[in-house]
Design a protein around this ligand. Structure first.
Ligand SMILES: C/C(=C\Cc1cc(O)c2ccccc2c1O)CCC[C@H](C)CCC[C@H](C)CCCC(C)C
Ligand SMILES: C[S@@+](CC[C@H](N)C(=O)[O-])C[C@H]1O[C@@H](n2cnc3c(N)ncnc32)[C@H](O)[C@@H]1O
Length: 261
């Protein structure tokens, strides 16, 4: 059984207590383990490259996603596939000291960075964040537990998206929302060509300079294999959500699914 505390020699006991034990199944499937390893490898440069490649725009997109989740003061919310914690920190400010944020990811390196950011940029409300090492397809939470969920650039990367949708529906209270932010799998030829051109000619060459060329090649392929807005709405309804609406923005490059349990 893996506990994150074994892998975190540099964090304080206060922060170590913030991690739950990962009681659920360890990652056994080799495809999932490869993906986990990829996100561990990019963790040290992940935040800086997001700022650089999106010209800071990812911060705006993440604020929009939090707003779409309907999270409010005092809520108990989940940020799934939290990575280095951007959405969790925004949720923390939104729900305030009387609320609670649980932020889950399967990458130890990303969680380690999230915890160190929590220490360094300390705001009183950040005490309300708990970091959890776990798998999005098998959530360690009881039914109807959360008032809202965000998942930013996460659903595209999980191997079993319908199961992840079902899990999110299961742990949400009735009437509460999930906000799923990601690249939009556009059907417009100009948006597709622009996205491909930027990734091939800017993102992959720059990332190659950090030894991460293949990791960012994966990003391009994962967008191609992702779901369109219509397909996302369909899997949300099939998973048990009562309504589902996908919004496109930033010239059709990004998309956000909002589904209500
Ligand atoms: C925060 C963003 C992406 C996170 C992200 C998601 C993934 O699945 C990855 C997989 C593998 C490697 C890295 C990632 C990853 O970083 C969104 C913004 C960051 C993008 C890298 C920037 C995308 C640029 C657009 C194609 C065009 C930008 C136009 C902008 C308005 C200037
Ligand atoms: C592109 S990052 C997004 C991080 C963060 N949400 C953000 O917007 O910056 C995708 C994250 O999903 C996590 N992830 C992918 N598949 C997962 C799974 N099955 N269970 C838990 N986390 C997963 C990765 O470890 C990675 O941190």
């Amino acid at each position: 059984m893996a506990t994150l505390s074994h892998c975190l020699p540099s964090i304080t006991s206060q922060h170590r207590r913030l991690f739950f034990r990962f009681k659920h199944r360890p990652i056994q499937c080799s495809a999932a383990a490869e993906r986990q390893a990829l996100f561990n490898r990019i963790a040290p440069v992940y935040d800086n490259l997001n700022d650089l490649f999106s010209l800071g725009n990812h911060r705006i997109w993440k604020r929009m996603a939090v707003s779409w989740s309907g999270a409010k003061e005092g809520d108990n919310v989940l940020d799934l596939c939290c990575g280095s914690g951007d959405l969790a920190f925004l949720l923390s400010e939104k729900v305030g000291p009387n609320g609670q944020v649980t932020a889950l990811d399967f990458s130890k390196e990303q969680l380690q960075i999230a915890a160190s950011r929590q220490r360094m940029r300390f705001k009183p409300c950040y005490k309300n964040i708990k970091w959890v090492e776990g798998n999005a397809v098998d959530l360690p939470f009881s039914d109807s537990y959360f008032d809202g969920i965000t998942i930013g650039y996460g659903l595209r990367n999980v191997l079993d998206r319908p199961k992840t949708m079902e899990e999110m529906c299961r742990v949400l209270k009735k009437g509460s929302k999930v906000s799923v932010l990601d690249f939009n799998k556009s059907t417009h030829p100009i948006a597709i060509s622009f996205q491909d051109w930027v990734i091939d000619n800017v993102i992959v060459p720059v990332a190659s300079g950090y030894g991460l060329g293949s990791e960012y090649e994966y990003l391009k392929n994962s967008i191609k294999e992702y779901l369109t807005g219509d397909e996302l709405e369909k899997i949300a309804l099939e998973a048990g959500f009562s309504t589902a609406k996908h919004y496109e923005f930033s010239g059709g490059l990004m998309g956000n699914l909002v589904a209500t349990r």
